[in-house]
Design a protein around this ligand. Sequence first.
Ligand code: DX5
Ligand code: ZN
Length: 222
Amino acid sequence: MKRESKCIVAPSMLSADFSRAGEGLEEVNAAGADWVHLDVMDGLFVPNISFGPKFIADLKDKSTLPFDAHLMVQNPEPFIKEFADAGADYITVHAETVTHLHKVISSIHQAGVNAGISIVPSTPVSMIYQMLSDVELVLLMSVNPGFGGQSFIEFTFDKIRELDAYRTEHKLDFLISVDGGVTTHNAEKLYQSGVDVLVVGTTFFKSTDRSALVEALHAMNR
Ligand code: DX5
Ligand code: ZN
């Protein structure tokens, strides 16, 4: 597949100050980031509650960047149209939360949105082999989902390499995203291992020079 010449930098709004979320999004725009990552949590699949479609819809007209909705919810299917209508350009569901994954991916596509599958650290990549020709994005969680600011789990590198090798072998086109504990220390190795999309929560919002951060991530070589 033709790889992007630069990594896609996707700041996570979970790490923004929710009382001034619009300004947080303006910071994402101004820093030259590529996507906006939106972590939806239901308090069931993960031990935290974040926000739903209205939050995404309210932010949508404040950015022209693609909206990357990561649904960490136990039963996402009934909400897919709502997230599509809210302005999500990618909707990613967790393989662990869905019994009929093929059907849910089809309903994301029917809603006119790019479809993604995510897996938590303990789920093997082989669990989603069957679905890899049907999705535009695979999001590998590199922390146990629920909170920003956790440490990167090192065995994620093995999963990235496995997924990248599968993609090459089967001539597939999906993007590989990594989410959780991404820092300036591990970003280049992640990119070189096959990652296309770097989700950055704490690293982005705690940075004192966000434009320089994005520029440095864009300058990484494969
Ligand atoms: C965790 C979320 C992540 C999180 C990343 O459950 O899916 O997107 O916000 O935050 P950092 O980059 O701080 O690990
Ligand atoms: Zn996420």
